[in-house]
Every structure is written in structure tokens, then in C-alpha cells.
Design a protein around this ligand. Sequence first.
Ligand SMILES: Nc1ncnc2c1ncn2[C@@H]1O[C@H](COP(=O)(O)OP(=O)(O)OP(=O)(O)O)[C@@H](O)[C@H]1O
Ligand SMILES: [Mg+2]
Length: 459
Amino acid sequence: MMLSILNKFLRVTRKKGDEWKDVVFPQKKNTFLIKCLGLLVIFISLSIFWDKVGNAIPRINFLGGLINLLLIGLLIVFWLGTTYLSIKGYLALFKRNKSWIANNLAYMIGSLKLYDEEYFETTNKDKVVREKRITRVIRIKYKETDKHVFVRIMRDGDRFTSEATKLGENLESSLGLELDSTNQTVHYAEYVFLKHKDERIALDSTVTSVNDSDEIKITGNISYELHKVPHSLIVGGTGSGKSFFILGKIVSYLKLSPQADLRIIDPKKADLSLLRFVTGFENKVATEANQICRILRETVELMEQRYTDYFNDVSAFGKTYRDFGLPPVIIIFDEFSAFMHSVDKKVAKEALDYVFTLVMKGRQAGVMIEILMQRPSADDLPTNIRAQMGFKAGLGAMDSIGYNMIFDTNNVEYKTVIEKGGGYIQIDGKHTAPVYFETPYIDKEFDFIAEIENLMQGR
Ligand SMILES: Nc1ncnc2c1ncn2[C@@H]1O[C@H](COP(=O)(O)OP(=O)(O)OP(=O)(O)O)[C@@H](O)[C@H]1O
Ligand SMILES: [Mg+2]
């Protein structure tokens, strides 16, 4: 009985670890006395309890040797268990009061003067004493999970309301953690920190080697399953690392089993168009408007064909291309906006219609599209297409207007991206706001063409 109560108590204290807690400022002074008192109470109640149990032992003597021994054994185990649990519970309480997060945040409140003080006059033995008192303190809540620390600065309409959204850097240095993402509502500004720094990975480790898995790793902390997030958008100015990112992704896609069937569209005849020299890619690279429309049309037809062949009766209900062992078909469309601007309206409309059909219907049939462009412009990529892109990445230094356009939000703080291949990413089902990331690292010596050639030959 007592054991179960204690257990319940412990579970409650443990659960509180991932509940929101308030930062108290000024921090309560020495609670040493209270803690000593707590230990004394545990000690006394255990003594009384064990006195009673100890007295009960002689009374069960009549049950005979073996059973008696068993009962005493059980009681000793019970006694040890209860003592252990009470002390553990007590220590948990002890620890909670000393959260380093609360301490650091309280210190920040003090050092940034995020509180208001007023003078009060009191009379003490006929003397007027002026005394400073804290009348208002910024309200901060925090929560800790395995991987993250969440901090919410409440916006209560006082002078801290506008302050709340500008504390990213201060919080980062107070906590000594990397800011992962921010989120803002009328009621609070939320900052999410990584407890363990995310790590850039090397290209070799981007595909999970587990059979049947189509998990693509992007960084140490970020990965996604291709069939759940089929369509992607990658935006970044020149030199930001788009080509390296997509070439890396091509290598990952070719490592999947079954191997992905890729089609490349590169209207600027740049890096990607060189893939046409790789055996197996000859008819799958398009650089001219008519070829581009042909590849798009053929892929739409392939998608329709898959629906006719595999999804033609009720037995296909709830199934996807993976259930039929079909490879994912992925169109990689580089320089999308440049293409839209360089062709006449009729061709642009035709291409857009195909892209729209693919993003709307492709998921189940495993037909996907990955769009790359330099600037995120709503005119070039209509909202109805953009809304279907579950994977969005913005690379390189970009103003927040640019980033906000990619992620369809307007209340995120972005830090300046310095690293080559660094940027922000948001994957449906994984992130609720864009987070900073770096694309898989690729060595200068890495020979993409040779690697892709090898993978195409199944080597
Ligand atoms: N993941 C990476 N690993 C190592 N180096 C990288 C990475 N990403 C980018 N770089 C470096 O940055 C340079 C520019 O990257 P990249 O060619 O991919 O840019 P881009 O966005 O495709 O530019 P453009 O729009 O001009 O085609 C590369 O030549 C490389 O030196
Ligand atoms: Mg490029």
C-alpha cells in the first residue's frame, strides 16, 4: 500500500520534469531548514512504521519455519524498497528546486533588470524609511525534455511584451545552449534550445542501412522518411550550397532499395546537367524547354499508369507504392524560377500544370518532385504548390523576408548564416517551426560523377 503510494508520488515528481515551471525571481533564499525538516519527517515516519512491522514479526511465528523465513525475507525486501523510494523521492524534490535552468534564467532577469521596482515609504519608530520593492517581474516559464529546453516569455501587455521577442541571444548565452527554433503567439514568445548540439554529418551516413527503411538523414538530429515527405523545396542564393545538397541527396536516393528512379531538369545546363553523361541517365536529363515538358508529361503519365495498375480496386486501400515494391520516382527540378521566366507563358503554364498534378497526386504512387530555386517568390511558385512541399529548406544568408516566404511564417528569428551549406529547414511532422541546420558535409575530393556512376551500375 505504502509502496504504491510512494511509487505514485515518485511518478508525479518524475512527470513534472516535462511540465511547464515558473522561474521565480528573486530566488528564494536558503531553504536548508525546510530540507532538513523534510528529512526528519521521513525519518520519523519510517521509524514509526518499522516499529509496528517489527512488532508484527513475532506474531507470525506460528506459521512454521520456512514460511516464517519467507515472510521475514519479504518484509526486509519491502523495508529496503520503501526506504530506497522515500530517499529517492526526497532527493528528487531536492533536485527540482535547484534546476540550473531556473537559476540561470533568474540570473538573467536580475542582470538585464527585467523587473520593475518602486519606492515605498514606511515609518519605523517615527522615522520615515524609503524602501525599494520589486513590483513586477517578467514572467518566464520553462520545460525540459530529453533533447530540448523550452522557454516561454509571457506577453502580458506590460513593458516586457515587446522585450519578449528580442531575448533570443541573451537566452542563448544565459543557458549556454544553441537556439533551435522560435515561435511567437499573442500570449508568449517561445524559444526552443537544443540540449545537445546538432552535428553536421558526412555524406556517407545519410541513408539508414536498415532494410525496408527509406529514412534519409540530414544532420545528427534531423532525418525523415521519404514516403512520408515526398515533395521538397530548396531555396538559396548563388553559392549557398544548393547543388552540393541536391547532389548529396541524389547519392542518398540511389542508395535506397529499391533504388530511386531519378529525372533531372536543369534549364541552366549547370552541374546537374552533367549527369547526362552517366550511363543510365542518358534519357533522364532535360535542359531545353521541350525536353523539360516531355519529362514532366512522361512522369505524370507514369504516375497515372501506377494508379491504373496498382490502385485499381479496394484491396489497394491504404497501400502505397512501397507495398508493391515500386521504386520512388523523383524529379529534380533545378533553377525552377529561372525556367519559368525564360519560357513563353504557354509553356510555363503547361509545366506548372504538370508540377501541380504531381504534387497533388504523387505521394501514394511514389512520384515526387524536388524544386530548387534562387529566390522564394510567390509569383514563380504558386501557393497551392508550395503548400504541398513537406520538406522546405532555405540555404545561405538571406533576409528574414526571404526566409519567411519559404516557410510561410512571419514571426521567426533567424540568425545570420555563415557556414557554407548552412541554412534553415522545416520538415512536416518533424518541426513546427524552421530550425537551423547544415547540409551533409562533402569533401573537396569527392567525385560525384564517379560515385553516381558506381551506384547506377549497382556497385
Ligand atoms: N555540404 C557541403 N560540403 C562542403 N562544401 C560545401 C557544401 N555546400 C556547399 N559547399 C561549398 O560551397 C560552394 C558552393 O556551393 P554550391 O555550388 O552547391 O552552391 P549553389 O547554391 O548551387 O550555387 P549556384 O546557385 O550558383 O548554383 C561549393 O563549391 C563548396 O565549396
Ligand atoms: Mg548550383
